[in-house]
Design a protein around this ligand. Structure first.
Ligand code: ATP
Ligand code: SF4
Ligand code: MG
Length: 647
């Protein structure tokens, strides 16, 4: 096999065989193998060899790019098979000719930056062949102008559009339809199951193999999409469009400003039913006397009035008819938000609100996605492969299988080919404050700095919150300058993820600070990454209403929610983060987990026992010595986290 540095790995070969078998049989397989063991090749090789249409779905756009730009070309070349490959992203990734034109004409831009960006985007449109915004790195991904030059399902004119022939969204879908291998992401996949808008549904009928990588994320992603969300900003956007389209095409048909005003007011009042700061509340947590309930009723009524007016003018323009449909659909979603009724058709749902600074989101989230997803898999038999490093809890796949409705499907786990005891060291520093103390991130940086120096950069600092990412970046920038340390610092958000990782690999002595999106799937093999620092145990925030509802459901069954839900989830997360370190038989590195609860809490032991079997220490000198040139430095390290003492 002509892949550079390729050495046969037994578990990888066995996994590839099992996947080949499932593909040939058009059956389902749940396949678990540890982080870094080479699952990507283990599914790409049999899938490409078998042929037919293959849909690969992965966790993030970042991993989509990694597959499309790096792994698939490698395998295609090694197998010498010229299969056609397409990358399909969500519609918000492609510049829309219609909306770009409209924005250029009516110039609703509010900031000077956006004016400059808009100019860049129009220039880009003259040369791009994909319209993918990822190709235009001059305009940051988060620039508000993107919203004005891309379409949504609601605002796309579809076949009626004058730009339909040149449309990038349509082009990407067409290419995906024709390609043999299509790379999508879980969001796109499930958005399509729910909304039929991303072009994935049209791919499925012809696909004979569907592979989910990072499949442990599916329950959460699917939950997001099998639920429904309606927001006050959607209502306000609709009002804006009603006003613009009404004035443009039916000026004499209604007093448009008066038509939209009461709806806008009702939407704002709904937001104001909650305090200014950001809150998430389950419906049961909202006081019955809250202004929220009457405000919701008013909004429903006003929206209906607006829909009635739109109906009288709908024949005058396609865009007015489109506004009418949107008004009706929003009305239906709000109607389903019948506050006291949280059980629908025997399926348990959580109703909850989420307040942002200027909008309110109303969510309905299913407690279980198993029924919907298993329905999805009915019909023409095809191979469904679910793979990840973390699907089972100690070889027991029940939790995952029942969440996904994959009862009684075959599941297998393959051991890691790495010698973790020799290759890695787990270091838990002493004397860190409690993770909720205000100066916690500073303490993490103080403890990590000597390690970063000893490692010569080559470090990932993985944080559980964006706030910690920012604080850590600020501190490290200062310290590197003060100590004249030469390590390039890369911070999530400064550039696209693929670009950051490329720079990180190329630098060879860089330090990268990232949050959740860098915890999973990211592959940096070899010397460039030798230290992974994790700030806190990644427990999900306890105020999350969906989490609270799931815990409640467990407790109704007599199970402890922390033990059966939060802890395993945190362990899976942590294993993913830790898994960035050892990616090869010759990789070596230190995993530094700063959180003192790993030692002080009774559950800590369960956590570190679930991690790869690295040697362990609490001694900073021992940890630093791991990076000393002589490999003998590790030989006399004894495991120091004595289970007896830690409990
Ligand atoms: N047989 C092999 N010999 C040498 N290198 C390999 C082999 N198989 C895979 N690799 C390399 O090992 C690294 C890890 O592979 P990969 O990213 O597929 O791991 P993974 O199992 O998907 O891990 P994760 O769960 O963290 O995503 C990659 O750089 C890959 O190119
Ligand atoms: S078809 Fe839709 S996405 Fe494409 S250019 Fe027209 S409005 Fe935009
Ligand atoms: Mg992987």
């Amino acid at each position: 096999m002509a892949i550079s540095g390729f050495r046969p790995r037994r578990s990888q070969t066995e996994m590839a065989k099992a996947i080949a078998h499932a593909i040939a049989e058009r059956s389902t397989l749940i396949a678990e193998a540890g982080t870094g063991t080479g699952k990507t090749f283990a599914y790409l090789i049999p899938a490409l060899l078998w042929g037919g249409k293959v849909v690969i779905s992965t966790g993030t756009k970042n991993l989509q790019d990694q597959l499309y730009l790096r792994d698939i070309p490698t395998v295609r070349k090694a197998l010498n098979m010229p299969v056609s490959v397409a990358l399909l992203k969500g519609r918000a990734n492609y510049v829309c000719h219609f909306h770009l034109e409209r924005t250029l004409q009516n110039g609703r831009l509010t900031s000077r930056d956006d004016v400059g960006y808009l100019r860049e985007i129009s220039r880009f449109m003259k040369t791009t062949s994909s319209g993918d915004k990822a190709e235009l790195s001059k305009v940051p991904e988060s620039a508000p102008v993107w919203n004005l030059v891309t379409s949504t399902r609601d605002t796309c004119l579809g076949a009626e559009c004058q730009y339909y022939q040149d449309c990038f969204v349509m082009k990407a879908r067409k290419e995906a339809q024709q390609a043999e291998v299509v790379v999508v992401n879980h969001h796109l996949f499930f958005a399509d199951v729910a909304l039929k808008d991303t072009g994935v549904a049209e791919l499925l009928p012809s696909a004979n193999t569907i592979i989910f990588d990072e499949a442990h994320q599916l329950p959460e992603t699917a939950t997001l999409f099998f639920g429904e969300t309606v927001s006050t900003s959607q209502v306000l956007e609709l009002c804006r469009d009603v006003l613009a389209e009404g004035l443009a095409h039916a000026r004499d048909g209604a007093e448009w400003p008066k038509v939209v005003l009461p709806v806008e007011r009702a939407a704002r009042d709904l937001r104001l039913a909650f305090p200014q700061d950001i809150v998430r509340l389950a419906v049961g947590q909202i006081a019955p006397s809250s202004p929220f309930f009457p405000a919701l009723e008013t909004l429903k009524e006003e929206l209906q009035n607006m829909a009635d007016t739109l109906e009288t003018q709908a024949e005058r323009a396609e865009t007015i008819e489109q506004c009418r449909t949107r008004a009706v659909e929003l009305g239906i979603k709000l109607a389903a938000w019948n506050a006291t009724d949280s059980v629908k058709e025997g399926q348990e749902r959580v109703l909850w609100v989420e307040a942002f600074s200027s909008s309110l989101h109303l969510h309905q989230t299913p407690l279980s996605i198993a029924p919907v997803f298993s329905k999805q898999r009915e019909g023409t038999p095809r191979a469904w492969i679910f793979t990840s490093a973390t699907l089972a809890v100690k070889n027991d796949f029940n939790h995952y299988a029942s969440q996904m409705g994959l009862w009684s499907e075959p599941a297998r786990s393959w051991p890691s080919p790495f010698n973790y005891e020799e290759q890695g060291l787990l270091y838990v520093p002493e004397q860190l404050p409690q993770p909720n103390s205000p100066d916690y991130t500073d303490a993490v940086i103080n403890a990590a700095l000597p390690m970063i120096e000893a490692a010569g950069g080559r470090a990932f600092l993985l944080c559980t919150t964006i706030r910690a990412v920012n604080r850590a970046a600020e501190r490290l920038r200062e310290e590197f300058a003060r100590r004249t340390l030469p390590f390039p610092l890369m911070v999530q958000g400064e550039a696209g993820r693929t670009e950051l990782l490329d720079r990180f690999r190329a630098a060879g002595n860089a330090v990268l600070i990232g949050s959740q999106s860098f915890w999973e799937g990211v592959d940096v093999r070899g010397e460039a990454l030798s230290l992974v620092v994790i700030d806190k145990l990644p427990f999900s925030p306890p105020d999350d209403p969906v989490l609270a509802a799931r815990i409640e459901a467990l407790e109704r069954k007599g199970l402890n929610g922390f033990v059966h839900h939060q802890l395993p989830e945190a362990i899976i997360n942590l294993k993913q983060g830790a898994g960035r370190l050892i990616r090869d038989e010759t990789d070596r590195g230190v995993l530094m987990i700063c959180d003192p609860r790993l030692i002080s809490k009774p559950y800590g032991r369960r956590i570190w026992q679930s991690l790869p079997s690295f040697k362990r220490t609490r001694d900073a000198n021992v940890a630093r010595a791991f990076f000393a040139p002589a490999p003998a430095a590790v030989a006399d390290v004894q495991p120091e986290l004595d289970p007896e003492v830690t409990d």
